[in-house]
Write a protein that binds this ligand. Structure first.
Ligand code: GRF
Length: 213
């Protein structure tokens, strides 16, 4: 069975969705860069070993990333899963985990890369927003896209209501992306696009929260 290490910085709701999704993976550890991340307690409750690599203990990004990699590598994971991990990683780190490092981003990439995606989506007046599971490459939020889910932006939405609608979808598509990885079904083309092998029609059906309302 493939093993994964999950990196968090805070609440850990995506991590929790992964832990509770009954995936064909072993979660070897959850590592946080913040000692007080709420997700650490959730991980412990699920019986998952936790580790803290506090970025404040290191002089620069290189030193922190080196310590983080050392922590990760003690578990020899097949996949490293960023789940609300709020540190920019160095190019060297990303290269070392090439093809086995994924992230969930709260927008329909390539729109709204970076921070404060929901506020920016509201400010632009977009009518459709969403989330993206993607492989991580050195350029921020630009890696090969594994899957996406769209949600409507509704009249009267605030940052919080929109974030909540998007988060619900994150909790669906991120575990699914990990399942696909674990099943060995994801490959990246030379152009940097992801192909899902043996894709069933149900897996490409557009998830439509419109129908649920
Ligand atoms: C999520 O919205 C994720 O997309 C973003 O940070 C947030 C983390 O939330 N990268 P949680 O810690 O998983 O609850």
């Amino acid at each position: 069975m493939k093993s994964i290490v999950i990196l968090i910085s805070g609440r850990g709701s995506n991590m929790q969705a992964i832990l509770e999704a009954d995936l064909p993976v072993r979660v070897a550890a959850v590592i946080s860069n913040k000692p007080d991340a709420a997700g650490l307690e959730i991980a412990r409750r699920h019986g998952v070993p936790t580790q803290v690599v506090n970025h404040r203990d290191y002089d620069d990004r290189e030193a922190f990333d080196k310590a983080l990699a050392a922590g990760i590598d003690t578990f020899s994971p097949d996949l490293v899963v960023l789940a609300g991990f709020m540190r920019i990683l160095t190019t060297g780190f990303v290269h070392d985990y090439n093809g086995r490092l994924i992230n969930i981003h709260p927008s329909l990439l390539p729109a709204f890369s970076g921070l404060n995606t929901h506020v920016r989506a509201l400010a632009e007046g977009v009518k459709i927003h969403g989330c993206t599971a993607h492989f991580v490459t050195p350029s921020l939020d630009k890696g090969p896209i594994i899957s996406q889910a769209a949600v409507p932006v509704l009249p009267g939405d605030t940052e919080d209501t929109l974030a909540e609608r998007v988060l619900e979808q994150e909790h669906i598509i991120y575990p699914q992306a990990i399942r696909w990885f674990a099943e060995g079904r994801l490959s990246i083309t030379r152009n940097g696009n992801v192909i899902l092998q043996n894709q069933k029609s149900a897996e490409i059906a557009l998830r439509s929260p419109w129908e649920a309302q």
